[in-house]
Ligand binder design. Structure first.
Ligand code: GLP
Length: 268
């Protein structure tokens, strides 16, 4: 795992975007980009930087496929708080990913069984696209990834989950009161997330310090779903100073962030 610490949210955004682009180059092998997309406030700066890279012709998402991490159950696609709508506004419209190439787990259907079946099909459609090359992630204050709440199976696949009470409280600010926050969602599983070529997780602010410390340096445990990053071969965690505050190995991360150069090799 690489842990990269930016001094400001803008620097975090720039570092994260460069790591997304490098991850696409590394895991895309010349194919069209396949990007995993997170909602939430944390990756907004990263999306802004990707949009800048498109303007500067360093990136092109016009042929890309995007796969959302999660969706609420019971609110229509067209609802402004649906994750489809959020990603169309915040990602498709900024980085030039066609809305018809955005895949989102299905949160509305005539029955629970139909939602479950669509969730299984979602994993199949990721595989059909050749797998997610780079998965962008935030982390919940309780350590959740996507909507994999504490207690989620470490090898879970896309499925229905009950939202934790504190997640519903955190997300109530987007709705007219907590009673309007859905109780359930469909989320990529932790196993689905682990299948991506590279993971780029962004966290900003003191409210994420405990979750980041547990995810990066704590035991691998369903109690902190973010800790599955420790099982991944190419995970990059980009945080600001406030979110890094609980990390014990800070000095090592700063040393390791410096690139290995030919001079280093010659010295030893
Ligand atoms: C939401 C999303 C997560 C996101 C998290 C943190 O509930 N399902 O994917 O990482 O909350 O959001 P924020 O970045 O706004 O703190």
């Amino acid at each position: 795992m690489r842990v990269l610490i930016g001094s400001t949210p803008d620097e975090v955004a720039r570092i994260a975007a460069e790591n997304v682009l490098a991850g696409l180059a590394r895991h895309g092998a010349g194919a069209d980009p396949v990007l995993g997309l997170a909602t939430g406030s944390s990756p907004l700066g990263l999306y802004r930087e990707l949009a800048r890279a498109v303007q500067e012709e360093r990136a092109d998402f016009s042929q890309a496929q995007g796969f959302a991490l999660d969706e609420y159950i019971g609110i229509p696609d067209t609802h402004e708080q649906s994750y489809r709508q959020t990603l169309v506004n915040e990602v498709c419209n900024t980085i030039g990913l066609p809305a018809q190439s955005l895949h989102v787990p299905q949160g509305m259907a005539e029955s629970v069984e139909a939602i479950e079946e669509a969730a299984r099909d979602y994993d199949a459609s990721i595989a059909q696209a050749g797998g997610i090359q780079v998965q962008i992630l935030g982390i919940g204050s309780n350590g959740h990834l996507g909507f994999n709440e504490p207690g989620s199976a470490l090898r879970s696949r896309t499925r229905i989950k009950r939202l934790a009470a504190n997640t519903r409280e955190d997300n109530a600010r987007f709705f007219d009161g907590i009673e309007h926050v859905p109780t359930h969602c469909v989320t990529q599983g932790l196993g689905t997330i682990l299948d991506a070529g590279r993971l780029v997780l962004v966290a900003i602010g003191a409210g994420k310090a405990d979750a980041i410390a547990a995810a990066v340096e704590g035991p691998i445990s369903a109690s902190c779903p973010g800790s599955v990053l420790q099982l991944h071969q190419d995970a990059v965690v980009v945080v600001d100073e406030a979110a890094a505050a609980g990390l014990k190995l800070r000095e090592y991360y700063d040393d390791a962030a410096e690139e290995l150069t030919i001079v280093d090799i010659a010295v030893h």
